[in-house]
Design a protein around this ligand. Structure first.
Ligand SMILES: Cc1ncc(COP(=O)(O)O)c(C=O)c1O
Length: 448
């Protein structure tokens, strides 16, 4: 799908950028040399100075169907006219039930219920709270420990931050939740470098959970949460059979397994959910981002019936779970979600991603001889390219690459330290993959 539309006229920008404290952003550097966006269509963003930028990041792992999809925009507009807001506690809207059913339909069999929230962070915290409440309801209230993984990212709530394993996200925020522990990350460059798809080595990293079981006792552990592909830390695909082994160990010890599929959900790895790619059924699965193509904030937790049914006891008039958000299943997000799922289905975008994966992997691997490239990892329509740090220390070369991409090469990519992450919308054409790789080559050389 080649977008032949030209660049757009420049738009006015505010002359004072000080008031907005930007999230996860180097505010002072940004405000000196802003990367301002004004529009988007299909595979491109348009900058406020009218340049057309190819999107190699799906925004932020969100816009899997590309940008400016009319079907989604009109669904949101129509919904805003018909019903702008409805309370989700004790009341409901048809679209919420319909969307939940549609998500269950494409989810692995057994994940039969959806709890809606508004972001990936809320989804992680919701899943962790459900895990604790489940064990308490089930007569095992001693299971209060939550286990994450080093280098994991589960958003910025206190739950997600606690089980998360990226040091910068944790170190400023005190002791976080108590009783949390982490299994080791799954990356070993010596044994895995330049792997396409799941590395052959590393299923044994799952055994680290046995270490924590031996340390804490299985009957103190409520749940383990992992991303099937660790995204934010720099794209680390699960090693072959790692997730299967983690499932076996959790099952053996009565520990709930939560997959955080905020990035991997909705086609990123060539399937509706990564759980399907790996043939592993978790007890809960969190999603966000791609559920609305990024067009409205929404997140959610898919829950197995065995978990859900545990709560559906006691007096029928009593609230079963004291948890939820004012904007859970917001009408505009539900409308966006339904329109998005229609597009994914009608354009067979998950299958498209699956078919494109080998070509995409080959194209990205062609960068391995470029300066400072020390590893490349690919899985689905996602790649992480590790650059060696420059003399100014970790992250400086990555930041220079972000700026070179945006300001000099009309390219949007994501960075994680010195890792460049490529995660284009799933509508990306073969030609556009080539164009992205050409631009990334220029960027890597520019920051050499
Ligand atoms: C795996 C994962 N979980 C949770 C989140 C947090 O999502 P949000 O920023 O919508 O709160 C992210 C965001 O990138 C993510 O990648």
């Amino acid at each position: 799908m080649l977008d032949k539309s030209p660049a757009r006229p420049a738009v006015n920008v505010p002359n004072d950028l000080t008031a907005f404290w930007m999230p996860f952003t180097a505010n002072r550097a940004f405000k000196k040399a802003p990367r301002l966006l004004a529009g988007a269509k299909d595979m491109h963003y348009f900058t406020t100075d009218g340049r057309k930028i190819i999107d190699a990041a799906a925004g932020m792992w969100c816009s899997n169907a590309g940008h400016g999809r009319t079907q989604i925009a009109s669904a949101i507009a129509k919904q805003a006219e018909a019903l702008d807001y409805a309370p989700p506690f004790q009341f409901g809207i048809p679209q919420a039930f319909e969307l939940a059913s549609r998500i269950v339909e494409i989810a692995p069999k057994g994940l039969d219920h959806v709890f809606f929230c508004n972001s990936g962070s809320e989804a992680a915290d919701t899943a962790l709270k459900i895990a604790l409440a489940y064990h308490q309801t089930n007569g095992q209230g001693g299971r209060t420990r939550l286990i994450g993984r080093e280098r994991g990212y589960h958003g910025v709530g206190f739950g997600g931050t606690s089980v998360g394993g990226m040091v910068n996200n944790r170190k400023m925020f005190g002791t976080l939740l108590t009783g949390v522990d982490h299994i080791s990350a799954t990356y070993d460059r010596e044994k895995q470098a330049f792997s396409k798809g799941e590395p052959e080595y590393g299923a044994n990293f799952a055994d680290d959970l046995e270490r924590l079981v031996n340390l804490h006792g299985a009957n103190t552990i409520a749940a383990v949460i992992v991303e099937p592909m660790a995204g934010s830390t720099g794209v680390i695909p699960a090693p072959k059979n790692y997730l299967k082994r983690l499932r076996e160990i959790t099952q053996k010890h009565g520990i709930l397994l939560i997959f955080d599929e905020v990035i991997t959900g909705f086609g990123r790895l060539g399937y509706a959910f990564a759980a399907e790619r790996y043939g592993v059924l978790p007890d809960m699965l969190t999603f966000a981002k791609g559920v609305t193509n990024g067009a409205a904030p929404m997140g959610g937790v898919l829950v197995r019936d065995t978990v859900y049914d545990t709560f559906m006891t006691g007096p029928a008039n009593a609230v079963e779970l004291f948890h939820g958000y004012t904007y859970s299943a917001h009408p505009l997000a539900c409308a966006a979600g339904l329109a998005t799922l229609d597009i994914y289905r009608d354009e067979k975008l998950f299958e498209r991603a699956n078919k494109l994966e080998p070509k995409f992997a080959d194209a990205v691997m062609s960068l391995r001889k470029e300066p400072n490239v020390v590893d490349i990892r690919t899985v689905g329509i996602t790649a992480g390219i590790d650059l060696a740090p420059n003399k100014n220390g970790p992250g400086d070369r990555g930041f220079a690459a972000l700026n070179s991409a945006f300001h000099d090469n009309d390219l949007m990519l994501r960075i994680a330290g010195d890792t460049l992450a490529l995660t284009p919308p799933l509508i990306v054409s073969d030609d556009q993959v080539g164009e992205i790789i050409d631009k990334v080559t220029k960027v890597i050389r520019a920051v050499a």
